[in-house]
Design a binder for this molecule. Structure first.
Ligand SMILES: Nc1ncnc2c1ncn2[C@@H]1O[C@H](COP(=O)(O)OP(=O)(O)OP(=O)(O)O)[C@@H](O)[C@H]1O
Length: 507
């Protein structure tokens, strides 16, 4: 939703510097790496920066009719965005540089081909890649990720306004088909709303005509679990095996419709939900010794909720807590970015489910691209400056992308056989009723207890981390005090010696 009326009060950041302020720090990739974090070999150890793309949408019809003043100018060639503010009758321009800048007249096709297509290639090389859209509500995150209108391909062609997701899907299939590759693909689609994860691909619960179930009640929250290897997994998340781009579009439509239904029901709050659509691809490869290996790549496509809460409160001031209540995830994302950029020892990934889910994409082994979206309108200037600051800071995050380890086909088959065995046993137990059975009520109660326990353990983990940090600080303080006291001791000794000498002399 656009914020309207009145000239916005100047943002505190905008008064920090006046005149032309070219913010270009931390461009460690040497500026544009439109190739999605191209990794020079020697840089592998140092890591690569998160790629940040800036997109400014055009004025809407209403804004144009209402002669809304434009305060943003984009220089795509120089990869710069300038925001103009008038403070005390003085014009102040703030200029920000990004890896790529797409102005109001940019086309979906151009954004994809110049910035996203190279990332898709890296997924097919066996990397995990994440693309996420961040920005104020109504600035074009969904338009950029999904596209306007229908995303359905007509006569094999994508509509001109198809966004990053359908274009990526199409490109993945085009490449695999051109290579005559043997592959398998599965997708997951989840929504994160108010710290609860729901599966957008879960089959609907059967409804009874006498007892209609409200739409959102159909969405059962699912648990986020630690995988014991420093990662997380969403327990019971539906994985759909797909064989064509068309199938993925259908799944996307189905999932997005569920998301939208919730939005209709929950109205304003729903714009604060995040969605993650993931595609995992297994590709068969032959080694020189003709051994069959499986290469695995994963693409995460994230549509974040509107960022207006975080920008209004700022991650550090007193209102942060209040905004945290509303949207813990976005607030923590801001803190994680700050901690990574400032290299603070403790990165608060565990403080929200979004950052736990995106942990590997922020400072991990994944290649990450953030698309920051802004509006050109004067009425959004405050939020726009906040997005520009936020996105610019994120440019300094370094990830250490690693190609996923290839698996021998025989090992994959062995894994699949043991999975089939396990499922067979479950089916057999269910059919023969010789497994362990507990009443549904008790099962639900135990699940709830388990969830509470997991959360308690997680909280204890966080407390422990904080205590460890405190301990380190105390130890440092203790060491410093010891050093000081040793120095003072030495000084005292010398003084005593000197005064002893004097006494001897005077005696
Ligand atoms: N680059 C663009 N070109 C043309 N129209 C755009 C562009 N970006 C956004 N729009 C239009 O602006 C409106 C708002 O965009 P969109 O719904 O994608 O915003 P959003 O950031 O996803 O908002 P929310 O946070 O509420 O989900 C839509 O009507 C969309 O079609």
């Amino acid at each position: 939703m656009e914020k309207r009326g009145g000239t916005p009060s100047p943002s505190p950041r905008s008064t920090e510097k006046s005149g032309k302020d070219l913010t270009r720090s931390g461009d460690a990739n040497g500026g544009a790496s439109a190739g999605g974090n191209a990794t020079p070999k020697g840089d592998k150890e140092k890591g690569v920066n998160v790629q940040v793309i800036l997109r400014c949408r055009p004025l809407s019809e209403d804004e144009t009719k209402g002669n809304t003043p434009v305060v943003i100018s984009c220089n795509e060639r120089r990869r710069e965005v300038a925001a103009t503010q008038v403070i005390a009758n003085k014009q102040i321009d703030r200029t920000f540089a990004f890896d790529k800048v797409f102005g109001p007249s940019s086309k979906q096709k151009d954004l994809f081909e110049q910035s996203i297509s190279p990332i898709v290639h890296e997924v097919l090389e066996g990397y995990n890649c994440t693309i996420f859209a961040y920005g104020q509500t109504g600035t074009g995150k969904t338009y950029t990720m999904e596209g306007g209108g229908t995303r359905k391909a007509k006569s094999g062609e994508l509509p001109t306004d198809a966004g990053v997701i359908p274009r990526s899907v199409r490109q993945i299939f085009d490449i695999l088909e051109a290579q005559c590759a043997e592959y398998s693909m599965k997708v997951t689609f989840l929504e994160l709303y108010n710290e609860e994860i729901t599966d957008l691909l879960a089959p609907d619960e059967p409804r009874f005509p006498v007892l209609p179930v409200p739409e959102d009640k159909n969405k059962k929250p699912i648990a986020l679990m630690e995988d014991g290897k420093g990662g997380v997994f969403v327990r019971g998340l539906e994985e759909e095996v797909v064989y064509s781009a068309g199938e993925i579009y259908k799944i996307l439509d189905k999932g997005s419709a569920k998301r939208r239904t919730a939005e209709t029901l929950l109205n304003k709050q729903s714009s604060r939900s995040h969605s993650i659509f993931s595609i995992t691809i297994h590709i068969k490869e032959l080694t020189h010794e003709s051994e069959e290996m499986i290469k695995i790549g994963k693409l995460n496509l994230v549509d974040l909720a509107g960022s207006e809460n975080i920008s209004r409160s700022g991650a550090r001031d007193g209102r942060a807590r209040e905004a945290g209540e509303i949207n813990k995830s976005l607030l923590t994302l801001g803190r994680v970015i700050n901690a990574l950029v400032e290299h603070s020892g403790h990165v608060p990934y565990r403080d929200s489910k979004l950052t736990r889910l995106l942990r590997d994409s922020l400072g991990g082994k994944t290649k990450t691209c953030i698309i920051a979206t802004i509006s050109p309108s004067v009425y959004c200037l405050e939020e726009t400056l906040s997005t520009l600051d936020y996105a610019h800071r994120a440019k300094n995050i370094r990830n250490k992308p690693e190609v996923n380890q290839k698996m021998m086909k025989s090992a994959v088959i062995k894994d699949l056989y043991s999975e089939i065995d396990r499922l067979k046993q479950e089916v057999f137990a269910a059919r023969e009723k010789n497994g362990i059975y507990i009443p549904r009520e008790r099962y639900l109660q135990e699940e709830a207890e388990k969830k509470a326990m997991t959360e308690k353990i997680e909280k204890l983990g966080v407390d422990l981390e904080a205590r460890d940090k405190q301990l380190v600080e105390l130890k440092e303080l203790y060491d410093a005090q010891m050093l000081l006291s040793a120095e003072l001791g030495e000084k005292l000794e010398k003084t005593q010696e000197r005064s002893g000498g004097h006494q001897a002399c005077s005696a």
